[in-house]
Design a protein around this ligand. Structure first.
Ligand code: EPU
Length: 428
């Protein structure tokens, strides 16, 4: 097991370019199974992350030929031969559930375990399964295994809630389906638009991603081709928050600023100076004012930036309030922040009050999940003295070589091997 050791106090300074979005790459990798074209698929801007490695591993296990060259990934999906996703993988990554839609479209059958994932709430998959049933799929639960059979047929599906994963899974199930599929109350996240753009590039017929109604007209086959995934807005947001919390100055390049509007609005309200261009955001940190944050589906404030934002709010003057509306279990890290001297109180299951500004001091803390880990990195960058963050495999799932990136931005941070063999490895 490894930990990060941070000596806080340096302002984050410099410029950084952001890698491809994890939450785009994962469904796009799954969607590649829908093609069996001899041209194959080339994906560009692939981030080197543990979750992406796990998904590539699953695809290989299913029979896909995969070749990685730098940030490019080549997939030859003609050799797909299995419709069973082994248990080992499901436990490691929630996104394995995305494989249901494409495997049903291509093979008419899939067996998969109930997915694991970050411990940030209950995370049921009822909306995925209800939608697939509407498309004529027979679902059979065998213990913790799901056996689904049938080729998807076009259907009208109203999602009870705008789930990102269910929207993506059902979009993929509709691509090769007979007839038209309409998903209403769909999620509108940029990663859903990216998935639509990928499928269109491969010859699929989808419209409406980014709005709450998505229409998919089934086609007989997809082609191959090349595609570049969008930059990771959550990684970008984490760097912006680190710069604002340490009163630094950061130029963030290769990003889509409109994907970060909710965050930038809040950073501006808190007092940070910001300038946006077509593909960059520049930020200079100033004295921070308290904020009220309510997480919501896109275009609202992203739940994935709630923990890092809370770390920033420990440095804001006055009382801030954070309300988590998306996942019910995303406050586990508050205890860790308090160990560092923060004054954060959970007043209801989904609401926390942060009293600032409090000086933070280095401590031994534990990354309870991916974005909790990001929150602790920011707290460590602010804190006086040394912070040791354990269980950083969570961070490696979503941030590429985070210590190197922050070191290039003036931070004092290093990765160390430790012997905490009891750390429990599970991923989202
Ligand atoms: N939900 C249901 N039933 C379902 C599906 C979801 O009740 O069948 C509920 C969830 O329990 C949750 C809410 O709906 O309360 C939203 O969940 P959603 O399905 O939208 O989330 P997800 O698809 O599981 C993706 C990202 C998450 C991100 C959320 C919200 C991927 C691989 N994961 O998860 O990313 O937080 O959307 O934006 O795309 C992360 O990167 O750290 C991460 C957790």
């Amino acid at each position: 097991m490894e930990s990060l050791v941070i000596t806080g106090g340096n302002p984050i300074q410099g410029k950084i370019s952001v890698e491809g979005a994890k939450n785009s790459v994962l469904p796009i990798l799954a969607a590649s199974l829908l093609s069996k074209d001899k041209e194959g698929i080339w994906l560009d801007q692939i981030p080197r992350l543990q979750d992406v490695d796990v998904m590539i591993h699953i695809l290989k296990d299913l029979g896909v030929q995969v070749k990685m060259q730098g940030r490019n990934l080549f997939l030859d999906t003609r050799s797909l031969e299995k419709d069973v996703v082994e248990d080992y993988h499901n436990n490691r990554m929630r996104s394995s559930i995305f494989l249901m839609g494409p495997l049903l479209g291509r093979m008419g059958k899939v067996t998969i375990g109930y997915p694991g994932g970050c411990r940030i709430g209950e995370r049921p998959i009822d909306l995925h399964l209800k939608g697939l049933s509407k498309m004529g799929i027979k679902i059979n639960m065998k213990g913790h295994r799901i056996e689904a059979t049938g080729f998807p047929k076009g259907a009208l599906i109203h999602l009870d809630a705008p789930s990102v994963g269910a929207t993506e899974n059902l979009m993929m199930a509709g691509v090769l389906a007979k007839g038209e599929t309409v998903i209403s109350n769909a999620a509108k996240e940029p990663e859903i638009v990216d998935l639509q753009n990928f499928i269109i590039k491969m010859g699929g017929r989808i419209t409406g991603a980014g709005t709450d109604t998505i229409k998919i007209k089934g086609v007989d086959a997809l082609s191959g081709g090349t595609y570049q995934v969008i930059p990771d807005r959550i990684v970008a947001g984490t760097y912006l928050l680190a710069a604002a919390a340490t009163k630094g100055e950061l130029l963030l390049e290769n990003i889509i600023p409109r994907h970060l509007e909710a965050l930038c609005a809040k950073l501006g309200e808190a007092g940070a100076e910001l300038e946006k261009g077509d593909d960059y955001i520049w930020l200079r940190g100033k004295e921070l004012k308290s904020l009220e944050i309510r997480t919501l589906p896109y275009p609202g404030f992203p739940t994935d930036l709630q923990p890092p934002m809370t770390s920033l709010l420990t440095q804001a003057q006055g009382a801030s309030m954070v309300k988590e509306n998306v996942f019910e279990g995303r406050f586990d890290y508050l205890e860790e922040l308090n160990k560092m001297g923060a004054n954060v109180t959970k007043i209801e299951n989904r609401k926390a009050i942060i009293k600032g500004k409090t000086p933070l001091t280095g401590a031994k803390v534990n990354a309870t999940d991916l974005r909790a880990g990001a929150a602790l990195v920011i707290a460590g960058l602010v804190a006086k003295g040394h912070t040791t963050i354990s269980n950083i495999f969570h961070l490696d799932r979503g941030y590429e070589r985070i210590e190197e990136k922050f070191r290039n931005l003036n931070a004092c941070i290093e990765r160390r091997k430790d012997d905490n063999e009891n750390a429990f490895q599970q991923s989202s």
